[in-house]
Design a protein around this ligand. Structure first.
Ligand code: NAG
Ligand code: NAG
Ligand code: NAG
Ligand code: NAG
Ligand code: NAG
Ligand code: NAG
Ligand code: NAG
Ligand code: NAG
Ligand code: NAG
Ligand code: NAG
Ligand code: NAG
Ligand code: NAG
Length: 456
């Protein structure tokens, strides 16, 4: 019973790895020149210091950027793909987007929803909220994916890897698994199932109601599981092993059953994924369908230290519990792709010319010419595929012979575009990091809109 911590590792492989990687974990923190430890366990700067930067494995307590505070929201994912920004180029301007994506997202006009797609051999797709909750309620109206090895997940995830989950294992569409983790501690005995009437064909509302002293998981308004904080007390360590730090919302589809994953992960995912199923051959990808997300914020724990109202910030390393978090007015946006929480405006790298950063810049510049041409060619195919897909059949699956062929061609082309694109979007992010010396917001918005437009 392995949880969604693993999808991060698969998604991390989406980022094109060029040159040596500096890793980080509980026993090895990041070095000063690449101070931020990402969720995937890699050290870096820039957007490594945002997202799910882990303050406990980073260079020091200030390396990760503070996280924007919770804000009530109700988001319909209708025509929404152009409103999201790319996770790898986002610098933390929280007024520019509520959601970030990595992977492949496609508007699905017929159901006023957004498709999270997983083309053949890809690592899937992930949406991340730009703000965190501490505490609060998240309700998601969605359809999960199906078939062996395909995992859809709805997760609250914190920098220190507290996690509250729904995990849809595609091999069993009549159940959803619920789980939680405390600081990434892999205890696989905490999973519990809720029975649901077909998570794939039907929209349901999945809710996580996260309070300081308990969590409930509800489906369509019916409580399916309750966890009390007092039941998670470890008397040896005198810790509550209960998720308790500011957490962002993650929505994802990922290949738990990919052949290269650990055997235990594949078994948990219901077996190896079939990359030649009809979802792949006819639609072009496995998919989950996201319709609406509501977020309701609760007050932070009483007694929380406050010096402002805008950001959650870890201020001490004593256990990284809820007592380690303060609310401040600290800056949440980086001023540069070289910026870090230690120096958000940094425009040049700190001295140390490590082999990893120099090899990454040289290989990304060698790929930049192919990047340019693939951008322009797929930009035009993007608009035609968008038109076709909105006028195509009423489901992403083929419902009749004639629509099947139009869906097939759209789907296949989309899948091809997507596949070539997921490489070029990460290399374009990399090359923009290396070329620009100062942030030019106009340039950035152009990059964003090209990348987002390109994905649709
Ligand atoms: C942390 O990473 C180092 C270097 O990669 C490795 O030797 C060590 O075993 C890792 N520790 C843990 C707890 O994973
Ligand atoms: C942040 O984004 C908003 C909305 O797109 C924009 O108006 C503002 O100028 C941006 N701020 C910075 C500092 O880039
Ligand atoms: C999935 O497995 C295939 C081999 O079957 C491999 O080529 C691919 O890189 C893997 N994808 C991910 C995301 O791990
Ligand atoms: C979100 O809130 C609106 C307004 O209260 C409600 O109509 C809708 O059903 C909610 N959606 C979800 C997914 O909870
Ligand atoms: C895992 O969690 C269960 C239930 O909270 C607990 O009884 C068990 O001791 C934990 N195992 C470890 C290794 O922490
Ligand atoms: C949940 O259901 C799956 C099958 O879908 C099963 O393998 C697993 O053991 C169940 N978990 C629990 C805690 O009952
Ligand atoms: C935890 O709190 C709940 C609700 O107050 C209570 O029902 C339960 O008995 C408590 N459990 C323990 C171990 O104290
Ligand atoms: C308490 O924590 C210790 C040390 O991590 C662990 O060995 C033990 O299994 C935990 N006990 C419970 C009941 O979770
Ligand atoms: C509180 O914030 C102000 C400015 O935002 C800063 O100058 C001051 O050092 C902060 N105080 C503490 C205790 O962090
Ligand atoms: C980042 O640092 C490198 C190495 O010092 C420099 O070449 C590059 O221009 C910087 N980029 C930005 C955006 O500051
Ligand atoms: C994208 O990258 C993966 C892994 O680096 C590679 O297998 C695949 O062929 C690339 N796709 C394209 C279209 O370049
Ligand atoms: C930013 O980029 C835009 C478009 O390339 C250009 O017109 C503008 O002059 C640049 N602004 C600055 C301050 O460099």
């Amino acid at each position: 019973m392995r949880g969604s911590l693993f999808y991060l590792l698969s998604l991390a492989t989406l980022i094109v790895k060029t040159g040596a990687v500096t890793t980080c974990n509980a026993t090895k923190s990041c070095p000063e020149d690449l101070p931020c430890c990402s969720q995937g366990g890699e050290c870096g700067k820039g957007n490594y210091c945002l997202g799910d930067c882990n303050p406990s494995f980073s260079f020091d307590i200030d390396s990760c950027m503070p996280v924007p505070v919770c804000k009530d929201s109700s988001t319909k994912f209708n025509g929404y793909s152009s409103k999201m920004l790319n996770e790898y180029t986002y610098l933390g301007n929280v007024s520019s987007a509520e959601w970030l994506y990595s992977g492949n997202v496609i508007d699905y006009d017929d159901e006023e929803s957004l498709i999270l797609a997983m083309p053949k051999n890809s690592g899937g797709s992930l949406l991340t909220s730009t703000r965190a909750l501490w505490y609060g309620k998240v309700s998601v109206r969605m359809k999960a994916s199906h078939l062996a090895g395909v995992i859809t997940a709805m997760t609250l995830f914190s920098g220190v890897q507290d996690e509250i989950d729904y995990e849809f294992v595609g091999a069993d569409i009549e159940k959803v698994q619920t789980n939680y983790y405390w600081q990434g501690s892999l205890n696989w005995t905490n999973s519990a199932n809720i029975t649901v009437d077909d998570v794939f064909d039907n929209y349901h509302i999945y809710e996580i109601d996260w309070h300081e002293d308990h969590i409930t998981w509800s489906v369509d308004g019916v409580v399916g599981r309750t966890l009390f904080k007092n039941d998670t007390y470890n008397s040896t360590t005198k810790e509550y092993r209960f998720p308790q730090t500011p957490s962002k919302v993650h929505l994802s589809i990922w290949p738990g059953g990919n052949a290269t994953n650990a055997p235990g992960t594949i078994a948990w995912a219901g077996g190896e994924i079939d990359w030649d199923s009809t979802d792949i051959t006819e639609t072009g990808y496995y998919y989950a369908i996201l319709n609406e997300v509501n977020v309701t914020c609760y007050d932070p724990p009483s007694g929380t230290k406050k010096n402002g109202t805008k950001a959650y910030k870890y201020v001490d390393t004593d256990g990284f519990s809820e007592k380690s978090v303060m609310i401040t007015d600290d800056e949440v946006m980086l001023g540069s792709y070289n910026g870090t929480g230690n120096d958000p405006m940094l425009t040049t790298s700190i001295s140390v010319s490590s082999s990893s950063s120099s090899s990454s810049s040289s290989s990304s510049s060698s790929s930049s010419s192919s990047k340019t041409s693939s951008h322009s060619s797929s930009k035009s195919s993007t608009s035609s595929s968008r038109t076709t897909s909105s006028s195509s059949s009423s489901t992403p699956r083929s419902s009749s012979q004639s629509s099947a062929s139009s869906v097939t061609s759209t789907g296949n082309r989309a899948a091809t575009d997507i596949a070539s694109q997921s490489n070029s979007s990460s290399s374009s992010a990399t090359s923009s990091q290396n070329n620009a010396s100062v942030i030019n917001v106009t340039n950035l918005l152009t990059i964003f809109s090209v990348i987002v437009g390109y994905l649709i």
